[in-house]
Design a protein around this ligand. Structure first.
Ligand code: NAI
Length: 317
């Protein structure tokens, strides 16, 4: 771990001129579960992101190797790797965005709910550390079942007195990514131009792609609507079965996680018009304290003066 930090420092020095000449703010992104199937490609994608100035990689083991490997990419972000409980605080200190893909993934025949027992405990431990070491950070929860890990994180933060519902997000971007891909293919559209909002939750039938609000709009009805909806809802299971016991979606999830984290960084940096679907505390449906909705990242104004920059939920539709 120590040698890795040196690698990190070296990388930092090597690029200090580039960093000092850049106009963007310093942004630290931390990945918890960074040595896993999602964590590794997600770490790589964040290292390539010009909005990231420091990338902190934490896992219970294996992170020194991952961090050394990623740190050799010639992009400005400084990389540090941390392994084991005793380093968790150091990994988190000063983080602006914390991404959590830590925990066990599904195997064939398992639902996301089957992961609850193990992942709930992991999320509780990690969120307790976040409340102590970087209470202001934006949290992107990837660990499943997202429908439950997000409320667990909220309770941990409430207990610690650090809960800010505008900063806790369940990452449902992969549902959006799948809906866009399947809709564009079906309708012969350029997938780069396509958007499909996905609301609800992040498990089976709670995933509700709104093809009626897709852009560009092409009607999807009857059997076609049913088939596209089902494929989006079952996208995760499609991958779990294809991997036949070797895990769940990792590469597409890393891509989706990187898209969502970038939106958070842009929001923090004050960029306007950043809208993503994500699972957040919500009052849209009174019986459902958390609901995936379209959220706009925005700056808060305090007494007319620009205050801390937050990213927060605003249900648009
Ligand atoms: P993986 O097993 O390959 O990696 C998980 C990593 O978490 C491992 O490196 C492990 O050492 C680490 N870990 C375990 N306990 C930890 C702790 N206390 N602190 C830090 N790290 C810890 O699993 P994979 O495929 O990367 O999936 C991770 C999670 O993401 C699973 O819960 C999976 O269900 C979920 N997932 C969520 C999706 C979404 O759309 N939100 C999509 C796909 C997966």
């Amino acid at each position: 771990v120590r040698s890795l930090r040196l690698v990190g420092q070296h990388v930092h020095k090597q690029h200090s001129r580039e960093m000092s000449s850049s106009v963007g703010p310093q942004r630290k992104v931390t990945i918890l579960g960074a040595a896993g199937g999602i964590g590794q490609p997600l770490g790589l994608l964040m290292k390539l992101n010009p909005l990231v100035t420091h990338l902190s990689l934490y896992d219970i083991a294996g992170t020194p190797g991952v961090a050394a490997d990623i740190s050799h990419c010639n992009t400005p972000a400084e990389v540090s790797g941390f392994a084991g409980d005793e380093d968790l605080g150091k990994a988190l200190e000063g983080s602006d965005v914390v991404i959590i893909p830590a925990g066990v993934p599904r195997k064939p025949g398992m639902t996301r709910d089957d992961l609850f027992k193990i992942n709930a405990g992991i999320v509780k431990t990690l969120c307790t550390a976040i409340s102590q070491h970087c209470p202001e950070a934006i949290v992107n929860m990837i660990s499943n079942p997202v429908n439950s890990t997000v409320p667990i994180a909220a309770e941990v933060f409430k207990k610690a007195g650090t809960y800010d519902p505008r900063k806790l997000f369940g990452v449902t971007t992969l549902d959006v990514v799948r809906a866009r891909t399947f809709y564009a293919a079906k309708k012969g559209l350029n997938v780069r131009d396509v958007d499909v909002p996905v609301v609800g939750g992040h498990a089976g039938i709670t995933i509700l792609p709104l093809f009626s609000q897709a852009t560009p709009y092409k009607p999807v009805e009857g059997d076609e609507l049913e088939a596209l909806t089902k494929r989006t809802q079952d996208g995760g299971t499609e991958v779990v079965q294809a991997k036949a016991g070797k895990g769940s979606a990792t590469l597409s999830m890393a891509y989706a996680g990187a898209v969502f984290a970038e939106a958070c960084l842009k929001g923090l940096n004050g960029e306007k018009g950043i809208v993503e679907c994500t699972y957040v505390q919500s009052s849209v449906i009174p019986e459902l304290p958390f609901f995936a909705s379209k959220i706009r990242a925005y700056k808060f104004l305090d007494g007319g003066a620009e205050h801390n920059i937050h990213v927060g939920p605003k249900v648009i539709s």
